[in-house]
Design a protein around this ligand. Structure first.
Ligand code: NAD
Ligand code: MG
Length: 375
């Protein structure tokens, strides 16, 4: 029997990768639901190819026909009876409700939308405990960690080492970073991704989001999660065990495998579409220390993760808003980390015990950044 998949954010970088992967897996999976934000033309093409029972478009720009519209379509798609797996490939905090809804209904969430876990890690854990749903990560680093840990108990894990490509500014001097342009920031050396995560990879805020994501996914304390720069993006992450053995998962930099693995875990299937790995072709593999002082967004994010409460939600929302302002040309590259720092300084001790409280923290951080930019 085929399993039904809902793809939230089907028109994005991960969404289109997933459809490419799933077109080769029709005997295992069927596309039950697709949602997108506003790209109706591409969504139309996808509907014609995959015939989902449910189609949602958050912001219709023209006739949406029989499609559902509005932001509720994410939760509707994620809650359907004919959906077994929800691939959450939406960008930003907008994906949180759908993740919670799917977990409450006992479904698997193949999670690309890392902002969801950063904003509401505790609530997400509670939703899966209540409903019996599970999260399987799509992020390549977390997919790697999952594959390395296998079924070993957490007590055998000494440390996670998350790899970072270093982004386009890995070897830029600190003075030049302040005024790096948008075009510079969007020139990622190893991955082709949506604009928001590409900017996050340039500031290293993405790695901070990933450290927090790893903390929640694997239940490992922040003291035992390290980051190392690895420009080739071939080693997707390492797990060090208590006996000193270190296991890495490797492969060509392609999201097709982590997307497929999130759907089939713990099984492995044919036709992942990944180019064969040639160790000689891919050599040399190099590793460098993180330049913590030159990329302050990384340290700020980890600080927010360690503090817990609503601070990770504040970090995430301030970053989302600051990146949007940078994409619109209203702040400099260096201004992104300053906006995050300002929001974290002024919004301390906020409650995080309910969805409403987290939303309030999210909203306050966005307002803080908007007002800071307007001044
Ligand atoms: P993208 O911008 O290419 O695509 C985002 C998708 O979400 C689009 O389909 C868009 O229509 C939809 N969307 C955007 N805003 C929405 C909203 N408010 N409500 C509903 N739908 C909305 O982004 P992407 O690069 O595919 O990244 C998606 C997520 O996956 C992000 O959380 C990102 O951090 C994560 N991720 C991406 C990659 C990658 O290689 N692209 C790798 C790891 C993790
Ligand atoms: Mg990643």
């Amino acid at each position: 029997m085929t399993r039904g998949v809902a793809i939230l954010g089907s028109t994005g970088s991960i969404g289109t990768t997933a459809l490419r992967v799933l077109a080769r897996q029709r005997e295992r999976f069927r596309i039950s639901a697709l949602t997108a934000h506003s790209n109706a033309a591409l969504l139309e093409e996808q509907v014609a190819q995959f015939h989902p029972a449910y189609v949602g478009l958050v912001r219709p720009n023209g006739g949406a026909g029989a499609w559902r519209t509005g932001p509720e379509c994410l939760v509707e798609a994620a809650s359907r009876k004919d959906v077994d797996v929800v691939l959450n490939a939406v960008v930003g905090a907008a994906g949180l409700d759908a993740t919670l809804a799917a977990l409450e209904r006992g479904k698997r969430v193949a999670l690309a939308n890392k902002e969801t876990l950063v904003m509401g890690g505790e609530l997400v854990s509670q939703a899966s405990a209540r409903g019996g749903g599970e999260i399987v990560p799509v992020d390549s680093e977390h997919s790697a960690i999952l594959q390395c840990i296998g079924s070993r108990p957490r007590s055998e894990v000494r440390r996670l080492v998350i790899t970072a490509s270093g982004g386009p500014f890995r070897d830029w001097p600190r003075e030049k970073l302040e005024t790096a342009t948008l075009a510079d920031a969007l020139r990622h050396p190893t991955w082709r991704m949506g604009r928001k995560i590409t900017v996050d990879s340039a500031t290293l805020a993405n790695k901070a989001l990933e450290v927090i994501e790893a903390h929640y996914l694997f239940g490992i304390s922040y003291d035992r999660i390290d980051v190392v720069v690895h420009p080739q993006s071939v080693v997707h992450s390492f797990v060090e065990f208590v006996d000193g053995s270190v296991i890495a998962q490797m492969g060509m930099p392609s999201m097709e495998l982590p997307v497929l693995y999130a759907l089939t875990h713990p099984e492995r299937v044919h036709d992942a579409g990944v180019p064969p790995y040639d160790p000689v072709e891919m050599s040399p593999l190099t590793f460098e220390r993180v330049r913590w002082d030159d990329f302050p967004a990384l340290r700020l994010g980890i600080k927010a993760g360690r503090a817990g409460g609503a601070l990770p939600a504040v970090f995430n929302a301030a970053n989302e808003e600051a990146v949007a302002q940078f994409l619109d040309g209203r702040i400099t590259f260096g201004g992104i980390a300053r906006a995050i720092e300002g929001a974290m300084r002024s919004l301390t001790n906020r409650s995080a015990d309910s969805l409403e409280a987290l939303r309030a923290a999210d909203c306050a951080a966005r307002t803080y950044v908007k007002e800071m930019v307007a001044c």
